[in-house]
Design a protein around this ligand. Sequence first.
Ligand SMILES: [Zn+2]
Length: 292
Amino acid sequence: MLPDVLAAADEPRAIDTHAHQPTREFLRDAGGEMMRDAASTFGTELETWDYDEMRAEYREAGVARAVLLGWDAETNTGNPPVPNDHVAEVRDEHPDFFVGFGSVDPLKEDCVEEAERCVEDLDLSGFKFQQIAQGFDPSSPRHRELWNAIESLGVPVIFHGGNSTLGAGSPGGRGLRVKYGNPMLIDDVAAEHPALPILIAHPAFPWEKEQLAICQQKGNVHMDLSGWLPKYIDEQVLHYAGTVLRDKVMFGTDYPMIRPGRWLAQFAAHTDYDEETQRKLLWENAEAFLGL
Ligand SMILES: [Zn+2]
């Protein structure tokens, strides 16, 4: 079952703002043990498949484009990155499908140079940060130079929001700190960098109210619904997505942990947004945010 506006469309339209690689690069190499913890939380296996299969699955689900995210949490986790060059290569093989977002490790000395290389040489469209895996506080003054650089490059950033399933259930959560997922830390970045478009990924459990407040108060902050199947998303988030924040909330999955067909079927079954709102949430807001 597809949402009305996708069932009515004669071609895939939706845009997924949050997709990881269904390949070894993300699931095994960058993910390591903390990814096995996450997979058991989502009840999935760590199978891998290729980008052609991924693309076919999205098309079937009515999704036209996906933001493919890089990953570099090497300093904090010791695991290798999903290289930015890999993201750019995959994007170049499927330029009408993938939007490539790079990742830089804010704890590395060369993070500003790598951010510049991502945009200027690799033509990546933005950056993704996962503060819990990367082990950093985005509001700390030591990262200001990086946010200044990205703001000058004129591209958006996606920050992780809320708790993480990485490391879930293992003793000490594999040393990862949940506090870095608090969206209040992003409010500081948004206030100091008004020209930096920010997307807070996921309903930011347990800080959804803080997230909604920031999205309402900061013109440059947006959010997506990735990482949670719609029936588990906080009621107030779903209410705001259809009212005060209906120009700011976007569809996202967190592929391959959550698959687009399943997410969209639940969205159709558990929400009753009018068609205009569905179009905004499923693609128009993402088109505006990504400049597509
Ligand atoms: Zn993710």
